[in-house]
Design a protein around this ligand. Structure first.
Ligand code: PNS
Length: 163
């Protein structure tokens, strides 16, 4: 059985992420979505909220599970018996940082391979930070977010206004 991990911050999960997770789930027997607990950052959604949202949107994919992690990605992959790290690759600007991360992970654990799935062109400009900025400023991004996520952002912003 070949297991792959799909890591990220997922703050929040977008249709771009979902597309990569779904395509990875068609290639590998099992996909573990690894949600980074990044204490240095100030995410819009808590770790629990990010994991819950991903669980909701991947519920139609039976071979996908969602787990959080902190520390090294290669240690997380090893813990779940994953030999492959799957990342989505968007525009050229992603390449340099992804190249650096892939080589670092290879140095840390040579048994684990990083593989890239090219983004669909309709999601090639999409990022969680852009989504948050647009939605926070009152814009709408139809078709780029799962409906559950769109609702969760609206609720979060509403609570901020009320609070
Ligand atoms: O969605 P993101 O924020 O671009 O995901 C980045 C992520 C989680 C893949 C990256 O930050 C990561 O792998 N963090 C774990 C720490 C680690 O292993 N660092 C060393 C190798 S890059």
């Amino acid at each position: 059985m070949t297991t792959a991990v799909c890591p990220g911050s997922f703050d929040p999960v977008t249709n771009g992420h979902l597309d990569i997770i779904e395509r990875a789930s068609q290639i590998f027997d099992e996909v573990v979505v690894g949600v980074l607990q990044n204490p240095g950052k100030h995410p819009l959604f808590t770790l629990e909220e990010r994991c819950d949202l991903i669980k909701q949107v991947v519920r139609y994919l039976p071979n996908v599970r969602v787990e959080s992690f902190q520390g090294l990605l290669v240690d997380f992959a090893e813990k779940y018996g994953a030999k492959v790290i799957v990342k989505g690759l968007r525009a050229i600007s992603d390449f340099e940082v992804e190249f650096q991360m892939a080589l670092t992970n290879k140095r840390l654990n040579p048994k684990i391979e990083t593989m890239f799935i090219m983004t669909r062109h309709e999601y090639s400009f999409l990022s969680s930070s852009m989504v948050k900025e647009v939605v926070t400023l009152g814009g709408h991004l139809q078709g780029l977010l799962p409906p559950e996520v769109e609702k969760a952002i609206e609720n979060k912003l509403q609570r901020r206004v009320e609070g």
